[in-house]
Ligand binder design. Sequence first.
Ligand SMILES: *[C@@H]1O[C@H](CO)[C@@H](O)[C@H](O)[C@H]1NC(C)=O
Ligand SMILES: *[C@@H]1O[C@H](CO)[C@@H](O)[C@H](O)[C@H]1NC(C)=O
Ligand SMILES: *[C@@H]1O[C@H](CO)[C@@H](O)[C@H](O)[C@H]1NC(C)=O
Ligand SMILES: *[C@@H]1O[C@H](CO)[C@@H](O)[C@H](O)[C@H]1NC(C)=O
Length: 381
Amino acid sequence: MRMIKLEAVILAGVLCVVFLLWNVYNPLPNDDAATHRSSSNPVQLLAKATPGHERSPAFAGRSLYLWGDCHRNQSAANVTGFSALPGYLQNFLYYQHCKHFPLLLDLPLKCGGAARSSDVFLLLVIKSSPGNYERRQVLRETWAEERVHRGARIRRVFISGTTGSGFEKLQLNKLLELEHRRHGDILQWDFEDSFFNLTLKQVLFLEWMEDCCPRAHFLLNGDDDIFAHTGNMVDFLKGHDSGQHLFVGHLIENVGPIRERGSKYFVPVQVQTSESYPPYCGGGGYLLSGHTAAVIYNVSKSVALHPIDDVFMGICLAGAGLRPVSHMGVRTAGLHIPSPKVNPHNPCYFKDVLLVHRFLPHQIYIMWEQVHNPALRCWNN
Ligand SMILES: *[C@@H]1O[C@H](CO)[C@@H](O)[C@H](O)[C@H]1NC(C)=O
Ligand SMILES: *[C@@H]1O[C@H](CO)[C@@H](O)[C@H](O)[C@H]1NC(C)=O
Ligand SMILES: *[C@@H]1O[C@H](CO)[C@@H](O)[C@H](O)[C@H]1NC(C)=O
Ligand SMILES: *[C@@H]1O[C@H](CO)[C@@H](O)[C@H](O)[C@H]1NC(C)=O
């Protein structure tokens, strides 16, 4: 009798451990048995389950985690006119030199490990603030679903910082941790997720990519409120070589910093003296090759952070002697619908685009269903 009880206790214990591990390990969509194999390495499982700064020995070699707190640059306050700047710009100048922050939630096996990351054709890199749970949830079920489209593997990561303070911050961090566990698609760093820190987020992502996903062929870099036709993107990208330069989107040229204090994009002379920006693509979303991502990351190490993230990408491209180009299918400024009388959400306008900016979560959900409806009839068919 005693023996049976003991066995039952042991069995229950084993089941518990198995259950815990199973929960911790977020399975990738099962289109690839090999990715599953490599992600079930127990050492990595445990490392993945440990958010925070301490890393398991398996990861001690990764420099990403070894950066301490970055201190504010007090001399920034000595710049002429500093005290008259809005607080967020003062903060930007105080912390402009800080390019490394600790990773709170990591996905070391998102691409099957660095060596196998060439299996990933299109990596969707979506900027998302912690509170945007509904947006992430809709994207997971629509255009950002991890899948294989015409033989091309699509993977998804949301990139995030922290927001709020005190209890609210803890709650939002908990939310991301739960999503990370359940969906395996959150990268989070310990910095304030604000508009003027988007460039920092971008650079931290490129740093992660070099480490964990260096051979992914192409990236979609975008916001969490876009409608991205990821199927069309794959078709478009298949005609390109990921080892060559590619950077396409909604091209913006011959513009410079906005000097009006009230604007969201206000960039004072204390941040940039020059009156012009190099050509860049609107930050709602753009496509780039793995090659170009690596070049931009390399250049970013020696360039001062610019508060506007899409402009910063343009600055890095220019630094490497490269140019972004325009693609008609990328409409980060919205879609021009010919007449106010027609339904602006007619799926026929969207079935051939690559990307359109500013959709509400429910609109994305509806549009994704509609453009994939085989019964959809448009003018040209
Ligand atoms: C700021 O400028 C003042 C005077 O020019 C100088 O005494 C001080 O050391 C400077 N502070 C920093 C932190 O550089
Ligand atoms: C700190 O700010 C001053 C004034 O803008 C600048 O000259 C200096 O290079 C900055 N230091 C660092 C470490 O970025
Ligand atoms: C960027 O994040 C750092 C670290 O959290 C923070 O100190 C700084 O104020 C933020 N900068 C802006 C402009 O929000
Ligand atoms: C990285 O940038 C440095 C200069 O900033 C350049 O010398 C080097 O060739 C670049 N490396 C790559 C791989 O692009």
